[in-house]
Design a protein around this ligand. Structure first.
Ligand code: 4NP
Length: 155
């Protein structure tokens, strides 16, 4: 493992929330001049190899971020040594990650919004079964979290 910080975002399907978080952090770290490896994955495997949901792509594109090239994958045991930080988008994702974590895992595993002041304990709500508004809320949440990660890693 290198010294470079590396961040993995994990949601359920890896087609809505975590790819949007990946896109938001890619832009935030680039703007801040921070070198960070960034990826996302799902706890579930239904969408393996698929691009993000078209509504997630459209919302990110409106904010100037292209996430259309991302492809869904499932989180693996190796991720717990490959990444320095693993952020769960909601509490169920966190429980699933803790269950999967191997004994020799080195990554810090946390609920994403726990690092955003005033949002501790909150979930990034799953927008998959809702309308476009939900994706706006997701973008707002993951952008706040991306700013918090930049502050955390920039210290
Ligand atoms: P995500 O959203 O976890 O934010 O990627 C979901 C995408 C797909 C499903 C559930 C949540 N699904 O059940 O297929």
């Amino acid at each position: 493992m290198s010294d470079m910080p590396s961040v993995l975002f994990v949601c359920l399907g890896n087609i809505c929330r975590s790819p949007m978080a990946e896109g938001a952090l890619r832009v935030a770290t680039r703007d801040a001049g921070l070198d960070v490896e960034i990826d996302s994955a799902g706890t579930g495997g239904w969408h393996l190899g698929n691009p993000p949901d078209s509504r997630a792509i459209a919302t990110a594109r409106e904010k100037g971020v292209d996430i259309s090239g991302l492809r869904a994958r499932q989180v693996t045991e190796k991720d717990f040594t490959r990444f320095t930080h693993i952020f769960a988008l909601d509490a169920q994702n966190l429980v699933d990650l803790q269950r999967l974590a191997p004994a020799d895992g080195t990554a810090e595993v946390a609920l994403l919004l726990d690092i955003v002041p005033g949002r501790e304990g909150d979930a990034v709500a799953d927008p998959y079964y809702g309308d476009a508004d939900g994706f706006e809320i997701t973008w707002s949440d993951v952008s706040s979290a991306a700013d918090a990660i930049v502050r955390l890693l920039g210290k």
